[in-house]
Design a protein. Structure first.
Lengths: 513, 325
């Protein structure tokens, strides 16, 4: 651990550290959230804070931004001890947090959003709209981006909103900008732009704390990495000392094996494809898509936002009627023009966020699992309770969900177990073809590995065919046996995962125009 | 801000269209006499609507204001009679203050216990109305007992006209009072930080507190101003009709909320303007007025108000959802 080195300039004591936490401990009603944690962020450095959900990352952020007071331990800013840091004081010291939801006002214009902090800090009572525009213009100029000041923020894309949030933070004379999971909802191109901006901010001497659980990003952007687990610092050092495997090991406390997925061609090769499209075309969204997925295959789709990848998923789930070309399921041609037909044909679609948000958290495992199956359980008026229980028990066994009973509330389950409940729900509909759109967006490393394992197992053993759409290139390379690259509604290239690397795909994505 | 203008232009357009239609059915609609009486009917609903607008922009809803208005009005007039006081300014200050205090009650529950404003205001409204009737009294105060100063104030006109048959009619000065209050609220909402705070809160309360808005202050401000406007409107109403009825304003909340929604305010909070609300109030009053002219039964007026609420809310909800998509 580095202890803030001091150097002297004309008799003044200057610290090269901006903020320093020494042995900080935080308890909530006796529960320890942070254990004697020390962290130093130097002026103008890009520092990564890595940790899984629940590791104490957000508690740490809130201590630095003055929202929480540490139970014990010391906090130094510019080498001076600071006690009872309040949110306002934290902002005055130059600490700015960009939360995942950006804390913007969708109903107000970009200009007003940009100017609001300055106006509030100056404790104004009246609002001068000309001043608002001036501040906003200045903010946009500082960031060097182009934003329409008169649009309501809610009409902007996620990347646009993030730019507004960053520009707003810069206007507050920030010296440390904390970004909480800034890349979660961004596409590859947008992440590149973000990184360029982050580097630019750094060149002005502003430190950045990049909170993330995406390994590649951390390694690419940061100079220093701190990993925390269960409220404790488990590793800390220059980024050069780390690699993906090492960070993962520190974050999860165990090794996660990521051997590529191999399709059992001998077992499934002779079977008809679970789903096959011929010249599938839909308006400007889909252009002559020919795709065949055999049982046991996991096919990845990579492409930028707007490449038609979501439309592909929707059309295979019967949500884009009016297509031309044909869709066959298990060799039989069908017309998929409603989701009901698709479900009956054995197609399941898990949209983005659905894995984490499609659960009824305050309900039991049983009800969550059966949510899409009640029709089948109630041939008449009443639900066949015995059959329902049987199904749930079998699923809990098959999916190895750690619970004594199916009545346990889903919110009491770990993230990984929750994901299994969602997948179980779809399996109960007898799905033979599963479409996953961004299956692990916002899921931490441990649960992510679990989900991957379950999906691979289902494909391998049960012959489930899977179409996996993701921005996360490593996820595709490790879990799919082939990957198609989509652009402007068409398949540009198909690669066997065994013959390609993450970097190759990333480069191809960046070169798409 | 182009959006706000656009929304008001749409409302104004619909209003003009409706006025032309009603004028075709009933040419007397356009007479100066009818216009003056229409504007007169705008005053009380309009002032109350300003308060409801404030609450709705912040993402809340208020159904307690008719109770507050009637309580502030009745208590003030009872007090004037008791002290034998005959003036104008002090009673209005008293009524507004009482309304503000009742509003504090709303703010307290909404802020302190994070309760849903609908439940809070249903409860406080019922409580206040119940206390008024149970403790203070149920008897009406008629014109013979009403303080003269109030009646004289309520009678004052800014324009007076004489009909060919010799009878006079005029535009009540209360319209000016309404317009002054409306302009004041517009300035507060548009040009003060607390006003922008109300919009910010309606947009995202969590984010509003993060950037440094004082949510407690804003909540109290909103409900107290809404209460004050209601109390003020209550007393003004009694001056205009020369009667203080402790059972007045029953069911008025629906009309006022309908007017505010009609004026383009979002039920999700964050959107709404004074100009739009004034147009909405005018539209609602005009529709009800036309129904009366067409001799349609009052029970059917309830149906119309209900339909207006549902349709206007559906349109704004659809608009807001599209904007969020």
């Amino acid at each position: 651990m580095r202890s803030g080195p001091l150097f002297h300039v004309d008799g003044l004591v200057m610290s090269e550290n901006f903020i320093e936490l020494r042995n900080v401990r935080k308890e909530f009603a006796g529960v320890v959230a942070l254990k004697d944690l020390s962290l130093t962020i130097r002026k103008g450095e890009i520092h990564c804070l890595a940790g899984e959900n629940g590791s104490g990352k957000s508690t740490l952020i809130k201590i630095m931004s003055g929202v929480y007071q540490p139970t014990s331990g010391e906090l130094y800013i510019d080498g001076n001890r600071v006690e009872n840091l309040s949110p306002m004081a934290s902002i005055e010291h130059g600490v700015q947090v960009i939360y995942q939801d950006f804390s913007l006002f969708g109903n107000l214009t970009v200009a007003e959003n940009l100017a609001m902090n300055v106006q509030l800090r100056e404790q104004r009572h009246m609002l001068n709209w000309r001043k608002v525009r001036e501040i906003a213009k200045e903010a946009v100029k500082r960031l060097g981006v182009d934003l329409d000041l008169d649009t309501d923020v809610e009409k902007l894309s996620t990347a646009g909103k993030q730019l507004v949030a960053i520009a707003r933070a810069l206007m507050s004379d920030a010296r440390l900008i904390i970004m909480d999971e800034p890349t979660t909802a961004l596409t590859g191109k947008e992440i590149e732009t973000l990184f360029r901006i982050v580097k630019d901010i750094q060149s002005r001497g502003i430190a950045i704390l990049f909170v993330s659980h995406k390994m590649r990003e951390m390694l690419e952007i940061s100079e220093h990495i701190t990993v925390i687990r269960n409220g404790q610092k488990v590793a800390d050092g220059p980024t050069g000392d780390f690699d993906e495997a090492l960070i993962t090991r520190h974050m999860t406390g165990s090794d996660i094996i990521s051997e590529p997925y191999i399709w059992d061609q001998q077992k499934y090769g002779s079977m008809p494809p679970r789903i096959e499209t011929k010249n599938l075309t839909h308006g400007n969204d889909l252009d002559n898509i020919n795709l065949a997925i055999k049982p046991g295959e996991i096919v990845g789709v990579s492409g930028l936002l707007g490449s038609g990848r979501t439309e592909l998923a929707l059309s295979l789930f019967g949500m884009m009627p009016g297509y031309s070309g044909t869709i066959s399921i298990n060799g039989a041609q069908t017309v998929l023009d409603t989701p009901q037909k698709a479900i009956r044909a054995g197609v399941a679609y898990v949209p983005e966020d659905r894995l984490s948000e499609g659960l009824f958290l305050t309900q039991g495992i049983d009800r969550n699992m059966l949510a899409t199956s009640y029709e089948k359980l109630a041939p008449g008026l009443l639900i066949d309770q015995n059959k329902a229980e049987e199904w749930v028990e079998a699923m809990i066994r098959d999916m190895q969900i750690a619970t004594p009973t199916g009545k346990k509330l889903v919110k009491e389950l770990s993230g990984g177990n929750q994901q299994r409940v969602v997948i179980a729900r779809w399996l109960l509909t007898n799905a033979k073809f599963l479409i996953l759109n961004g299956p692990t967006v916002g899921v931490d490393v441990g649960s992510k590995a679990e989900i991957h394992r379950i999906i691979r197992e289902l494909a391998q053993k049960e012959g489930l065919a899977v179409l996996m759409i993701s921005d996360d290139v490593p996820e595709l390379v490790h879990n799919c046996n082939r990957i198609v690259l989509m652009h402007r509604g068409a398949f540009v290239e198909e690669m066997a995962s065994a013959d390609t690397s993450e970097d190759q795909i990333s480069d191809k994505l960046k070169n798409l125009t | 801000m182009a959006w706000f203008h656009k929304s008001e232009v749409v409302i104004a357009g619909i209003l003009v269209l409706a006025m032309i239609l009603i004028g075709l059915v009933n040419p007397a609609f356009w007479s100066l006499d009818n216009m003056f009486s229409l504007l007169r009917s705008n005053v009380i609903i309009g002032i109350m609507a300003l308060g409801v607008l404030l609450v709705m922009i912040s993402g809340g809803i208020d159904v307690s204001f008719p109770a507050f208005a009637v309580a502030a009005m009745y208590l003030t007039i009872k007090g004037m009679l008791y002290f034998n006081y005959d003036g104008v300014v002090l009673p209005f200050v008293a009524a507004a203050t009482m309304g503000a205090l009742f509003g504090c009650l709303n703010a307290f529950f909404v802020y302190k216990f994070r309760m849903i404003p609908l439940i809070v205001t249903l409860g406080t409204g019922s409580m206040v109305r119940g206390f008024l009737l149970g403790v203070v009294g149920t008897s009406m105060i008629n014109i013979n007992k009403m303080p003269d100063a109030l009646i004289d104030f309520g009678k004052s006109d800014i324009i007076s006209m004489v009909k060919p048959d010799g009878t006079t009619y005029g535009l009540t000065a209360m319209v000016a009072v309404y317009v002054v209050l409306a302009v004041a609220l517009h300035i507060v909402l548009r040009y003060t930080m607390i006003g922008r705070g109300v919009y910010a809160m309606g947009g995202d309360p969590e984010a509003a507190s993060r950037v440094g808005f004082n949510i407690r202050k804003i909540t109290f401000f909103i409900y107290c101003v809404a209460g004050a406007l209601a109390g003020f409107a209550g007393l003004l109403h009694s001056g205009m009709i020369w009667l203080a009825n402790p059972r007045d304003f029953v069911g008025l909340e629906l009309d006022v909320i309908a007017a505010v929604v009609l004026g383009g305010a979002s039920i999700f909070g964050g959107r709404g303007s004074v100009l739009g609300t004034m147009l909405g109030v005018f539209m609602l009053v005009m529709v009800k007025n036309s129904l009366i002219i067409m001799k349609i039964d009052t029970t059917w007026q309830r149906v119309v108000v209900g339909v207006i609420i549902v349709i206007a809310t559906a349109i704004t909800a659809w608009r807001d959802r599209r904007a969020n998509a």
